[in-house]
Design a protein around this ligand. Structure first.
Ligand code: GMT
Length: 374
């Protein structure tokens, strides 16, 4: 099959899933063409004679236009790719702008089917905004097939957009060979003393991630036991989190690593992952932590309970309840048996429910059905 993939290139979960899926699909012998404003960050180093290929979306700035038109530009490049390479299926990650661009290219070319994967932000945050409500709803309704990364997101989409359409749930996956425990004490020693608990948070520091809660929880934990916090990623709330760490007197034990590409190494040496988001359709970073045998303390938000099992692979607390999260974190970090048991359970869940060998065939099946549905 010849497949075009539209996704965001930046270091967000949807771009990660789109890229890793595209690589798996290419490895299975299909021809994969990524189309985007920039090369997805986990795609670098891949690609050769047999792909996957990357096609950069063109841009055009003109004084009359007060905004760029990413959807039109993406539709244009996609149209070229469809016509030149005979693409049968477009996989759009995000309803807007990508599914919209896919539908546009479909109507220009009269070719290709459009399968859309919803990741969350497109539905729960941006897409539900009045400014995009109709275009997002239309993209979902008119796609040839729609998938969502959790049951929560599928239900939420039907509710927000009042649609009855079928939305297949295909969970995200994690490469359990790359995301695995690192036992080399030398690697860990670069970030923490042997007697310190190493707590980690990974996100794009948007308001929905509640990164200040991470700092609040850490301040409570580190007032009880020796601990260190690694903040991985970057975004609009970074400086507020930094200021709070300084105000709470934990800045000396907190390291802001910025957009650190080697996430698997950090997770592989960590003891606890914090995810206090107010909304999270899935929580890919939590799954990556679980694959590395790291217990997760998270807010009970969105699709997180479909990934993190309360009391088994970590603990869940109400959104904003930093006292409960700190208590849960201390419970895990003070009890070595519980810590090891939860870590092993997390790894087991990653292997038995979210391994690429289970999830990629679901996507391939959906591709085949969607391509044939024309
Ligand atoms: O969480 C983000 O801000 C990034 C965002 C994205 O679109 O890349 O993540 C969304 O998609 C991920 C992959 O499916 C999910 O694991 C995240 O839970 C989801 N984020 C939200 O729902 C806020």
């Amino acid at each position: 099959m010849k497949i075009a993939v539209l996704c965001h290139a930046s270091a967000g979960g949807s771009g990660v899933v789109a890229t890793e899926l595209g690589l798996e699909v290419a490895a299975a012998g299909h021809e994969v063409h990524f189309v985007g404003a920039a090369q997805p960050f986990r795609l670098s180093g891949y690609g050769g004679m047999h792909g996957p290929y990357f096609h950069q979306v063109g841009g055009f700035a003109y004084a009359l236009f007060d905004q760029p038109y990413p959807e039109l530009a993406a539709a244009n490049t996609l149209t070229e790719v469809i016509l030149e390479h005979g693409v049968e299926l477009t996989h759009a990650h995000y309803a807007i702008p990508h599914a919209s661009a896919g539908l546009h290219a479909r109507s220009i070319t009269g070719k290709t089917r459009v399968m859309t994967t919803l990741h969350g932000t497109d539905v729960t945050l941006v897409g539900a905004e009045p400014a995009f409500r109709h275009t997002t709803g239309h993209a979902i309704e008119r796609s040839d097939h729609v998938t969502a990364v959790s049951q929560f997101l599928a239900d939420q989409t039907r509710e927000v957009f009042g649609t009855e359409r079928e939305i297949e749930v295909i969970y995200n996956f994690v490469d359990s060979e790359r995301f695995t425990r690192i036992t080399d004490a030398g690697v860990r020693a670069r970030f923490a003393h042997p007697d310190e608990a190493l707590i980690v948070h990974v996100s794009n520091f948007r308001p929905v991630k509640r990164v200040q809660d991470v700092v609040e929880v850490f301040a409570r934990v580190s007032s009880e036991i020796p601990a260190r916090l690694l903040m991985v990623g970057d975004g609009p709330e970074r400086s507020r989190a930094f200021d709070l760490a300084r105000d709470l007197g934990v800045i000396g034990r907190t390291q802001f690593l910025g957009s650190f590409p080697d996430v698997q190494t950090i997770l592989g040496i960590s003891d606890l992952f914090l995810l206090p988001s107010s909304n999270e359709s899935f929580g890919l970073a939590a799954l990556e932590a679980m694959s590395c045998e790291v217990p997760v303390v998270a807010a009970r938000a969105g699709g997180v309970p479909e990934v993190v099992e309360d009391g088994v692979t970590g603990f869940l607390a109400p959104v904003g309840d930093v006292d409960a999260m700190a208590e849960a974190a201390l419970r895990v970090l003070r009890d070595r048996d519980l810590y090891l048991q939860m870590g092993r359970a997390g790894r087991q869940v990653a292997l038995s429910r979210f391994h690429p060998s289970l999830i990629v065939p679901q996507y391939l099946g959906a591709y085949e059905r969607t391509a044939r549905s024309g």
